[in-house]
Structure formats: C-alpha cells, structure tokens
Design a protein around this ligand. Structure first.
Ligand code: ZN
Length: 232
C-alpha cells in the first residue's frame, strides 16, 4: 500500500470511527426519550383509573345529597299544609322551589356522571391494551438498542485495529506530522484531491503537486494544511 492509499484508508476509517462514536453517544439520549414516553403512558393509564375512582366518589356524594334533599323537600311540603298565613306560605313555597331546583340539578349531575362512568369503564380494555403495548414496545426497543450497541462496539474494535494497522505502514518521516494533525483534527486532517481541487478547502492545486500526490508523496494542502491523497 502506498502512503497515499494509506491516507485514503486512514481518512475513511477515522470518518467511520467518528460516526460510530456519534451513534454510540446518541444511545443514552434515545433511551431517555423512550423512558419519558413510557412514563407518559404509565401516567395516562393511572389517570384513567383515578378518574373512574373520582367519578364513583362524586356519584356517591351526589346520591347522598339527593336523598337529603328529597327528605327535606318532603318535610317542607308537609309543613306547607299547616300554614295559613299567606306571607309564611309564600316563604315556604320559595324554600320548596329552591329545594326542587337543587334536586333537579343533582339528578342531572348524577345522570351525567353515570354516562361518563359508563364511557370510562367501557374504555378500560383499550386503555389497558395501550399501556401493555407501550411496555412491550419499550422492552423491544431496549433489546434492539442492546444489539445495536454490541454491533457498533464490534465495528469500533475492528475499525480501530484496521486503523492502527494502516497507520503502522506510514513512513517514519511522516509519522509525527500525521500524528499531530490527526490528533488535532480527526477526520478533518485529511483531504482528497479531485480534478486538481483540494476537497478539504476547494482550492486549486498545481499540476505538479497533483502529480506528486498521485506519485505517493506525503503532501499537505498549501491552503488548508490537510494531508492530501488522490481521490479514487
Ligand atoms: Zn485544502
């Protein structure tokens, strides 16, 4: 392998290693988002049953109040029979009207709660199913992530070994420049030369230098300082 072929290979491997690392680094963020989604589903599931419990309590309270109102109404109506003073009679009548209004409002509320309870209860199987699906999806995504991470790590190991092997073939006289640049810039330390243009900075290169690069010479772009190799 010539020095320029080595540079091309090193560039490819370093770009690949960088992409691998980025994908590995994304893992925890993806996991966090998935955990947040799962927590949201769990809350929605819990909320549904809490709503049912609250509606049942409200129903019990309203039914109790309705019974009290009915008892009071019967008492008021009985009292009305014994009143002969018109002013007192009107006052009692007004009390009865208020109690009747309260009774009607409670009956409406009880019916509305009943309808809501029926609806929420009927939705329980679907709500349970959605929560189970969310848990299954989360478990599957964890398995997928584990397999993906193993694959990425294996690729990383292989690519690191290949990079070390390629770098070991670089001429000793270029080694320190290579180490310095690749350490500082990573994959950005390299640039292909294509159609007499440095692909790193888009600057034109003299024919003489293009020929030198093609001939396997270790050259840096005079404009951007990247290590040059001929494009395939
Ligand atoms: Zn350049």
């Amino acid at each position: 392998m010539s020095a320029t072929d080595t540079l091309r290979e090193c560039h490819r491997l370093r770009k690949h290693l960088k992409a691998l690392q980025e994908e590995i680094d994304r893992g925890p963020r993806v996991l966090k988002a998935q955990q947040a989604r799962l927590a949201q589903e769990q809350q929605a599931h819990k909320d549904h049953f809490e709503t049912i419990t609250k509606l049942k309590l409200k129903q019990r309270d309203d039914e109790g109040t309705l019974k009290q109102t009915e008892t009071r109404l019967a008492k008021l109506e009985a009292q009305l029979l014994g009143i002969s003073v018109p002013k007192e009679y009107e006052a009692k009548k007004s009390e009865i009207r208020q109690a009747e209004e309260k009774k009607a409002a409670l009956e409406d509320a009880i019916l509305a709660t009943m309808a809501e309870l029926e609806e929420k209860t009927a939705a329980v199987p679907a709500v349970d199913k959605k929560w189970a699906a969310a848990q299954a999806e989360f478990a599957q995504s964890q398995e997928d992530a584990k397999a993906r991470l193993e694959r990425l790590r294996a690729d990383q190991e292989e690519s690191r070994a290949a990079l070390a092997k390629a770098e070991a073939t670089l001429p000793d006289k270029n080694k320190s420049t290579y180490d310095h640049l690749s350490k500082a810039l990573g994959p950005d330390a390299f640039a292909a030369v294509k159609d007499r243009i440095c692909q790193g900075c888009r600057t034109g290169i003299t024919q003489q230098r293009v020929m030198e690069v093609q001939g396997g010479m270790f050259l840096l772009c005079s404009s951007c300082g990247k290590m040059l190799y001929p494009a395939e």
